[in-house]
Ligand binder design. Sequence first.
Ligand SMILES: Nc1ncnc2c1ncn2[C@@H]1O[C@H](COP(=O)(O)OP(=O)(O)OP(=O)(O)O)[C@@H](O)[C@H]1O
Length: 233
Amino acid sequence: MSYVEFRDVKKVYKTGEVEINALRDVDFEIEKGEFCVIVGASGAGKTTILNILGGMDTLTSGSVKLDGREISTLNKRQLTAYRRYDVGFVFQFYNLVQNLTALENVELAAQICKEPLDAATVLKQVGLEDRMANFPAQLSGGEQQRVAIARALAKNPKLLLCDEPTGALDYNTGKAVLKLLQDTCRNTGTTVIVITHNQALTAMADRVITVKSGTVEKVVMNDNIRNVEDLEW
Ligand SMILES: Nc1ncnc2c1ncn2[C@@H]1O[C@H](COP(=O)(O)OP(=O)(O)OP(=O)(O)O)[C@@H](O)[C@H]1O
């Protein structure tokens, strides 16, 4: 049994008479501790996969498991607990609380968890020990994304789900954030899933899942994993 399992997953969005098959028979697995990149063109279904795995959307049919637990049959209350305890999220636009400091943003997330990590320690890990007392508006985009990553990691989640985490950052800052995610995966054993349209990022992943038109086109295990610093795009 794998850590993450998608089996025959279908997702149909209905808007009035129109049906959109966002996912059609999606099958893949991800092992614990892996750095996984899900790549594909716009509209391929990446966000839909991430939203289902993150308990933010439901599936039409099929099975999704995390650490042996079936997600698709959870009710609303169970899904809230799942999102709260099991999954850490990193989005393109950080989503920090503007009137709380970096430290308070991380503490806030830690407060709703069962076994949180110490907020200051995690902020130190992401290189922000000197900026803990700053408000988001006083931080650069890259620093704000580091706070968002610290906030997700402080929950001590089973999975770190990242939706285009460098989408709003310049080239070098984006690279630094990706390095942080790669280092976090290696050093703490956290399972990290990054969705992106940037094909170049596949070289840094243990596992690459290519999605096309709502299906998995291919899954490739990388035997020549590159450091982010060595990638160019
Ligand atoms: N809430 C929704 N209602 C209707 N259709 C939706 C909804 N969410 C997504 N879709 C459709 O499902 C398909 C897959 O969308 P999804 O957002 O998963 O793609 P994506 O690969 O993440 O694209 P992008 O890289 O542009 O974010 C698209 O055709 C999209 O229009």
